[in-house]
Structures are given as structure tokens and as C-alpha cells.
Design a protein around this ligand. Structure first.
Ligand code: ADP
Ligand code: ZN
Length: 433
């Protein structure tokens, strides 16, 4: 039987959700216009006043907010409350440039806890469970977010944080962790390390995993589920909007329900800014409608995804967004062809290779080159030179047929590619160095 954390919200009628959104959007726009000079300027420049925003139908009239706006107002220029009301700060991990700072009031933390509680409960966690949090604790939002969520449902939070994989395994065994929360790449690394240490999986209590903070494929999910004997759930969030808890998977594992009572999602054409209809792929844009300290409006996430309002068997009425296939800035343009690292991951895993890979892009004689380094087993690595070459060629052809560009494949020795304890670094783009 499906369980909810806040049933009356998660299964509310569409009319009710829209009514909440209308009222909260109008209130937030007014507040932001009055309290954040930078927003007032953006709105004035676009010729829109709070009086023009009467419902979510008017959302399109508002200006977009970009990462560059956050950098221009760094660190606190978009806060909508005085600092005395802020009780916590976090910052993005800075994967793609200068970090940005997010502030939370007590009320914001309260909402954050509920949003993270919803995703734990949707993944089947209960107050009887021990939640092993291997997301980093610190400025990164992952650790604290899941921690708040675990405590909110009355479960036991185990704040292991990231790193020291041998210790993670000892704790998984000795403390009897029921749920593991971390990046999917770190989950894979933990699984691999458990295999190497010959851990008896029947002695591991783990039932589920809550993984996110980076793109991962369905193939990767299957691998993790098989290796750790768990159900692996995807969660999505970003520092600018709140951190983890923006959207989460239910038992269906086919897209993530967006916490629409707090965030309005739009999918837009990244070139024209036009709002796209349900089902069309584009850039995901969020507006925060309940946040006090740092309520961004129409924030351009640069994440590429699709939304669906199809009825979900879990009973939730909250809209679902697809697994983002990556950020528009993760997309590689190789000789004019768009390539997402996740497409490469799909091919590797489907052909039975390991998820330990690295993509190296370079420019030689004005031509882009793509190299995929992938770790192989000791057995393959010690194969005869001919067999080795045949396999490399076979993989290279499979990549070419899916991506439409030539890819050089290089097999690497087991354990030779750096493992990540947080977000995996998959791409080395030498053209940018
Ligand atoms: P940084 O911007 O420094 O990486 P964040 O931790 O705020 O810091 O990163 C948020 C980003 O992580 C999102 O915009 C998205 O690109 C990515 N992300 C988060 N969760 C997922 C997920 N489940 N699937 C794919 N990408 C994700
Ligand atoms: Zn559902």
C-alpha cells in the first residue's frame, strides 16, 4: 500500500493545487518586488508590476532569473528577508563555476524537512528505519536536507557524510542501515567496495536507496539495485531552489513528483524562452512560492527534462518530471553533434561494461575528438591483444551508431579511474583548458 507523508497535499485535486499556487505566487511576487531591489529592477525593466500577476496564468510575464543574476548579487543580494531572520546558509558545490549562496529562515527549514520527508516516505521509509546519509554534510545541501527529512518522519538519521568508504561499509553492517542516501556514483562505488571486501549481502539490512544530485541512467539504476539488493529511488533538487526535496520518485520509479505546493515548474524552449506544452523536452524552470529567505522566480536551471501530468498509480497528483538527462552545459558538442554523457553511460552499461568511465574531449588539427575510457575486468584486461582490440572496436561502433560521432575507446585497468564520493566527474574537456 502506498504511503504518503502529507497525503492531503500529495494527493490533492488539481484545482486545489492551482488554488494554492495562485495565492502563493501572487504573495511571493509582491514580497520580492518590495524587498529585493534587484528583482524590482528586473521587473521594472520588463515593464511588469506585482499588480499584473494575478494567477499562475500570468507567470510567463515575469522575467527569468539566471545563474548570472546570482553571481551578480553574490552573496546575499537576492535575499528577501533581513539577515536576522536567516538561520542557515548553504552553497552550491560549484560544479559549473563560482558557488552561489542560499539562505533559509526557520520556516524555510521546516518546509525543507517536509519536502525531504515526502521523498523518504515515497521510497518506502518509515519511522522504524535507520537512514544512512552519505551525502556530504556542510555547505552542500545533500547531507543536511536528508538529515532533516529522516528526523521529520521520526526515523533514525545516521550522519555518516561522504568519504571513508571502508567505514561506510562497517556502519552499513554494524548499525543495520535500512536506507542509503548518496549520489548514484557513490552508491556504485560502495557496492563495488563491498564486493571486493567479500561482504556477505545477506547480513546487510539495506532495503532502499535515495540517490540524486547528478544525472544517472536507468541502466545504472538496475546495476545498483542488483548489486545492493535494494530499490533505488531518484531524487532531484538544486541549491538555488532548496536542495534535495524539489522532486522525488514514488513506487512507480518513472519520473519524479514535483512538490508543486512549494515550487511551480515550467519547461521552456531554451532559445526562445517560450513555455512548452506538457510532454515536450526543454529547459526546466522553477519558481519558489513559499520560501521566505531566498525565493527565486522563474529560475533557469539549465537542466533538460520533460513533464507529465498522466495519472500516476501511486495516487499522487503532483506533476512528474523526467530524470533530467543532464544540464545543457553538460552537453558536449562534438563536431556539431550534441552528445550527453548519459547517452554514453547507457551504451556502456547495456553492453555489460562498468560504470567507471571517463570521457575525454579534445581538439586535434581543428577537429574535435572524443575518447571514452572505460574500466574492464582483469579478465578482459589480460586478454590477448587481438581479442582486446576486437572488443574495443565493437564498443566504439556501438557508440558511433548511437551518438552519430566517432569515439575512440580505450580499455583501462580495473580500479584505474578515479572514484567519486560525491558528484562524479565524467568529462574532461581539453578544449576548454
Ligand atoms: P552544483 O550546481 O554546484 O552542482 P547543486 O548541488 O545545487 O550544485 O546541483 C544541482 C544540480 O544537480 C541540478 O541542477 C542538476 O543538474 C543536478 N541534479 C540533481 N539531482 C539530479 C538528478 N536526480 N538527476 C540528474 N541531475 C540531478
Ligand atoms: Zn507516483
Amino acid at each position: 500500500m502506498e504511503r504518503y507523508w502529507q497525503k492531503e497535499i500529495e494527493t490533492a485535486s488539481r484545482d486545489q493545487i492551482v488554488a494554492w499556487q495562485n495565492e502563493r505566487l501572487v504573495r511571493t511576487v509582491k514580497r520580492v518586488y518590495e524587498n529585493v531591489p534587484y528583482y524590482k529592477k528586473l521587473m521594472d525593466e520588463k515593464g511588469v508590476t506585482p499588480g499584473d500577476i494575478n494567477s499562475i496564468e500570468d507567470l510567463w510575464k515575469l522575467p527569468f532569473t539566471y545563474k548570472s543574476d546570482l553571481r551578480d548579487t553574490y552573496p546575499y543580494g537576492l535575499f528577501a528577508v533581513p539577515m536576522e531572520q536567516v538561520v542557515e546558509l548553504h552553497a552550491s558545490s560549484g560544479t559549473t563555476g563560482k558557488q552561489i549562496v542560499a539562505g533559509y529562515t526557520r520556516h524555510d527549514l521546516d518546509i525543507w524537512a517536509d519536502c525531504c520527508a515526502r521523498q523518504l516516505v515515497a521510497a518506502g521509509a518509515t519511522k522504524e528505519d535507520k537512514i544512512h546519509v552519505s551525502f556530504g554534510y556542510g555547505l552542500f545541501t545533500g547531507g543536511f536536507g536528508l538529515h532533516l527529512g529522516a528526523q521529520r518522519i521520526g526515523a533514525v538519521a545516521i550522519p555518516v557524510s561522504s568519504g571513508n568508504t571502508a567505514r561506510q561499509i562497517t556502519i552499513l553492517q554494524d548499525f543495520g542501515s535500512d536506507y542509503l542516501c548518496c549520489t548514484p556514483s557513490y552508491a556504485m562505488y560502495i557496492a563495488e567496495s563491498m564486493e571486493q571486501a567479500n561482504v556477505d549481502m545477506s547480513k546487510i539490512a539495506l532495503r532502499g536507496g535515495i540517490f540524486g544530485a547528478e544525472p544517472w541512467t536507468e541502466e545504472m539504476r538496475q546495476r545498483i539495485e542488483e548489486k545492493l539488493h535494494i530499490k533505488a529511488h531518484d531524487i532531484y533538487g538544486l541549491t538555488e531552489i532548496m536542495g534535495p526535496g524539489v522532486s522525488y520518485e514514488c513506487c512507480e520509479q518513472s519520473g519524479m513528483h514535483v512538490n508543486e505546493d512549494h515550487f511551480i515548474i515550467e519547461v521552456i524552449d531554451p532559445d526562445t524562452g517560450k513555455v512548452l506544452p506538457e510532454g515536450e523536452q526543454g529547459e526546466i524552470v522553477f519558481s519558489c512560492i513559499t520560501k521566505e529567505a531566498f525565493p527565486l522566480l522563474r529560475y533557469r536551471t539549465r537542466d533538460i527534462g520533460v513533464i507529465s501530468r498522466k495519472k500516476c498509480s501511486c495516487g499522487r497528483t503532483l506533476v512528474k518530471m523526467s530524470k533530467p538527462r543532464g544540464r545543457s552545459d553538460d552537453m558536449l558538442i562534438i563536431r556539431g553533434v550534441n552528445v550527453f554523457p548519459s547517452q554514453i553511460e547507457t551504451v556502456l552499461l547495456r553492453m555489460g561494461y562498468s560504470p567507471n568511465y571517463q570521457i575525454v574531449v579534445d581538439r586535434v588539427n581543428n577537429l574535435d575528438t572524443l575518447e571514452v575510457k572505460v574500466e574492464v575486468t582483469q579478465e578482459v584486461f589480460s586478454d590477448t591483444v587481438t581479442k582486446f582490440a576486437v572488443k574495443e572496436k565493437e564498443l566504439s561502433e556501438a557508440l558511433k551508431s548511437l551518438l552519430g560521432v566517432n569515439a575512440k575507446v580505450t580499455f583501462a585497468a580495473p580500479g584505474s579511474i578515479d572514484r567519486s564520493i560525491g558528484k562524479a566527474v565524467r568529462v574532461i574537456d581539453k578544449r576548454k583548458i
